[in-house]
Design a protein around this ligand. Structure first.
Ligand code: SF4
Ligand code: SF4
Length: 326
C-alpha cells in the first residue's frame, strides 16, 4: 500500500507531517518569529515533528529531514523557506533520499513573499503562519507520483513579432528548435519599427531591427505567420495544440516584389493605422510628418513594416522615400 493511502477512510488519509521552518540566517528570522511558529505548529493534529533551523538547504538541514522521515515514520514533509524555484528540487531530492515519494512534499515561500516584502514583524509572522497552515492543509491531499520521460517535439510558438519576439525567435531557432512566430499585424517589427532612434544611445532603430526582420524571414527553422491570430489553445506543457487563424491578404506574398502599386489602387487608407504615430493633430510615419485629412493622396512610400514578410532580397534593396508626402 502506498504511503498516501495507508489506512485511508476514503477521504483524507492519515498524515504524519514533518514541518521545517528555515531562518535563512537572518533573512527570514529577523522579520518572522520562526521559533514561535514552529512551537505553535507542533500542536497541529497532523504535525509529528515541527522544527526551525538556521539553513535548511545545508547538508545538516537536509539530513534533519531524512532522519525524521526514517525515525518518525513521516509520510508528508513541509518546508517553509525561500522560493520553490530555488530549492524545491533540493528538498524533493532529500525527501526521496529519506525513502518517501518526492511529491509528498510541499514548500512554502516565507522569504520572497513574506519577510523580504515587509518591515512589520508581527504582520510577517501572521502571514507566514497562514501560509504554512495552508501548506499543511494541502499536503494531506498530495499523492505519490511517478516521474516519466516522454519525447516532445522541439517546436516553439512565439506570439508577437515585436523586437522581443523576433530576438527570441532567432535565438531559439539558432539553438536548433523549430519556431513558429505569430504576428497579428501585416508584418513583424512592432513598435520599434515606428521609432527613428532608440533610447538612450540614439541608435538608428531601423538599422537594428531590419536585419533581424530579414533574418527571421530567411531562417530555415522559423515559420512566420503574419496577419494571423491565435484562436484556441489546447493541451499542456510539451503537448500543445494551437489553432491559428490567418487573415485574408488578397496578395500572394511569395510573388509580391514590394513595388507598392497596390497602394494607389487601395480604396482603404494607404498607411495602416498601426503604422502611424499620432501626436496631437499631427500624424507621423517613419519620422516623416504626413498631411492630415487627405490620407488617400499619400505617396506609396513603402513602409519597412511590410518588408520582412515579402522576399528578403527585395526587402533589403528597397529604401523608403524621404520627405513630406501630400
Ligand atoms: S533553504 Fe532557502 S531560505 Fe533556507 S537557508 Fe537555504 S536559501 Fe535560505
Ligand atoms: S506591392 Fe506590388 S507586387 Fe506586391 S501586391 Fe502590391 S502591386 Fe502586387
Amino acid at each position: 500500500m502506498s504511503e498516501d493511502s495507508k489506512g485511508g477512510n476514503g477521504k483524507v488519509p492519515p498524515c504524519r507531517i514533518g514541518l521545517y521552518i528555515c531562518h535563512c540566517g537572518t533573512n527570514i528570522s529577523k522579520m518572522v518569529d520562526v521559533a514561535h511558529i514552529a512551537k505553535a505548529m507542533a500542536n497541529h493534529p497532523d504535525v509529528v515533528v515541527s522544527r526551525d533551523y538556521k539553513f535548511m538547504c545545508s547538508e545538516p538541514g537536509q539530513e534533519l529531514i531524512i532522519k525524521d522521515i526514517q525515525e518518525q515514520n513521516l509520510n508528508r514533509v513541509v518546508v517553509a523557506a525561500c522560493s520553490p524555484l530555488m530549492h524545491k528540487p533540493t528538498f524533493r531530492a532529500a525527501v526521496a533520499r529519506g525513502g518517501l515519494n518526492r511529491y509528498l512534499f510541499e514548500m512554502v515561500n516565507i522569504r520572497e513573499q513574506c519577510s523580504w516584502v515587509t518591515t512589520e514583524r508581527d504582520a510577517a509572522t501572521r502571514k507566514a503562519y497562514a501560509l504554512i497552515n495552508g501548506a499543511l492543509a494541502r499536503v494531506k491531499f498530495q499523492k505519490s507520483l511517478e516521474m516519466r520521460r516522454i519525447d516532445i517535439t522541439k517546436r516553439v510558438m512565439i506570439v508577437g513579432g515585436g523586437i522581443a519576439g523576433i530576438e527570441a525567435a532567432l535565438q531559439i531557432a539558432d539553438a536548433g528548435c523549430d519556431v513558429i512566430l505569430v504576428e497579428k499585424e501585416e508584418s513583424i517589427g512592432g513598435h520599434m519599427a515606428k521609432f527613428d532612434k532608440t533610447f538612450p544611445t540614439l541608435d538608428c532603430a531601423a538599422c537594428i531591427l531590419t536585419p533581424k526582420m530579414v533574418s527571421v524571414g530567411k531562417h530555415a527553422n522559423i515559420r512566420l505567420l503574419t496577419y494571423a491570430e491565435i484562436e484556441e489553445v489546447q493541451g499542456y506543457v510539451g503537448n500543445f495544440k494551437i489553432k491559428v487563424r490567418k487573415k485574408a491578404r488578397y496578395v500572394d506574398t511569395t510573388l509580391c516584389n514590394s513595388c507598392g502599386s497596390c497602394y494607389d489602387a487601395c480604396p482603404s487608407l494607404p498607411v495602416p493605422q498601426e503604422c502611424k504615430l499620432i501626436i496631437g493633430d499631427k500624424i507621423f510615419k517613419e519620422g516623416t510628418r504626413l498631411k492630415t485629412g487627405i490620407s488617400a493622396l499619400l505617396e506609396p512610400d513603402h513602409d519597412l513594416l511590410t518588408l520582412a514578410d515579402t522576399q528578403a532580397g527585395a526587402a533589403l534593396s528597397r529604401q523608403p522615400k524621404e520627405g513630406v508626402t501630400k
